[in-house]
Write a protein of this length. Structure first.
Length: 328
């Protein structure tokens, strides 16, 4: 049986499948089989308060999922789908609380990867899919990463390395068409404003700070299997090690239920370097975190030379600061 047919069979019989997308690999299940959706949570050890994104094959898939499709929502979908934009919208009654974590909204995205689109189309039902990693850990950007993560217990459709490499931009569209970025990604506020300004004039951007509206945006996430230190200043290795020794004393073992790794020694650091092009840096970020963590070293470190408010780099900074045990 070919790989696609096998994936369809597993999904139709209530299983989960590793699905390539252009952002990161997802762990997919049919939204209409509750036990399959539950399997996503148990496979990932993901808490039920963290809602799932529903993946559709095209804009028509929004129909049964959201309450109403305003001209603004339609314009967003037509402009950015298929692609790395998740829309958080008031949900239709039929969407289960398991998927939305009891929220009145649902996150929907149409991925651009041809294998994901064929899979969703042929299953004929939208697929819920979080990133295919254990809760709090680094997201996978190759099929091998997914197999390693779940010790070969999950069947993975191999679609090659992900082109974008970090998760989609999450955009919440409120009842009065107010817009909020819940997670930065490859699609920026500037691109969204530019795409909509002709028909909708200037948009109303609001900041969402409540954990209730943006659950799952914990302080720590994406963590590699060795402690990562992000260094935002020019320091010598001796200064870095000394600052690290000081700050480790106050570092808790856990934050918001996510384990924070501490280096057992501060002797052998391993430096990670990223491309100076933010598109390439995003593409390679998670693979570098995973591969470097396999090397023998006490901790990983990465120098961050960019301004913290540089919008070209903000999606990567968002991931790095959450992946880090410490920022110095
Ligand atoms: O690129 C992506 O978005 C990848 C690929 C697989 O599509 N998916 C992904 O899913 O990153 P996940 O579950 O790892 O991250 C989804 C985030 C979570 O932080 C969750 O809290 C948030 O989306 N989310 C989902 N539905 C939401 C909702 N209704 N309101 C607010 N946040 C929501
Ligand atoms: Mg994730």
């Amino acid at each position: 049986m070919n790989q696609m047919n096998r994936a369809i069979e597993i999904l139709n019989s209530g299983g989960v499948v590793g699905m390539p997308t252009e952002t990161v690999y997802g762990l997919a299940a049919r939204i209409d089989i509750p036990s399959a959706v539950e399997k996503i949570f148990s496979t990932k050890s993901r808490p039920f308060f963290d809602p799932l994104i529903v993946h559709v094959a095209d804009t028509s898939g929004l129909g049964g999922l959201v309450k109403d499709i305003s001209p603004l929502v339609l314009a967003l979908a037509e402009h950015f789908w298929p692609g790395p934009l998740t829309l958080v919208l008031p949900k239709a009654r039929g969407v289960s609380d398991l998927i939305t974590a009891g929220l009145e909204t649902v996150g929907v995205r149409c991925p651009a990867h041809p294998i994901a689109r064929e899979l969703i189309q042929r299953v004929g039902v939208p697929l819920a899919a979080p990133s295919a990693n254990r809760f709090g850990k680094t997201s996978p950007t190759t099929a091998r990463h997914v197999r390693d993560e779940f010790k070969d217990q999950v069947f993975v459709l191999d679609g090659g390395a992900c082109e974008i490499g970090i998760e989609s931009t999450i955009l919440r569209v409120g009842a009065e068409s107010e817009l909020s970025i819940l997670r930065p990604g490859a699609i920026s506020i500037e691109q969204i404003s530019r795409a909509l300004e002709k028909d909708f004039g200037s948009l109303c951007w609001v900041e969402v700070t409540s954990q209730f509206e943006a659950p799952g945006q914990m302080k720590h996430h994406y963590m590699p299997s060795r402690p990562l230190v992000v260094v935002t200043q020019q320091t010598s290795m001796a200064e870095l090690c000394s600052a690290l020794r000081q700050q480790l004393k106050n570092l808790p073992e856990q934050i918001e239920g996510v384990q924070i790794l501490h280096p057992s020694k501060i002797e052998t650091p391993l430096e990670i370097t990223l491309s100076s092009d933010p598109v390439l840096a995003a593409r390679e970020l998670y693979a570098k975190l995973r591969d470097s963590a396999k090397e023998s070293c006490d901790f990983l470190w990465i120098h961050w030379p960019h301004q913290l408010d540089d919008s070209n780099w903000s999606p990567i900074w968002d991931r790095l600061k959450k992946a880090a045990s410490l920022i110095i």
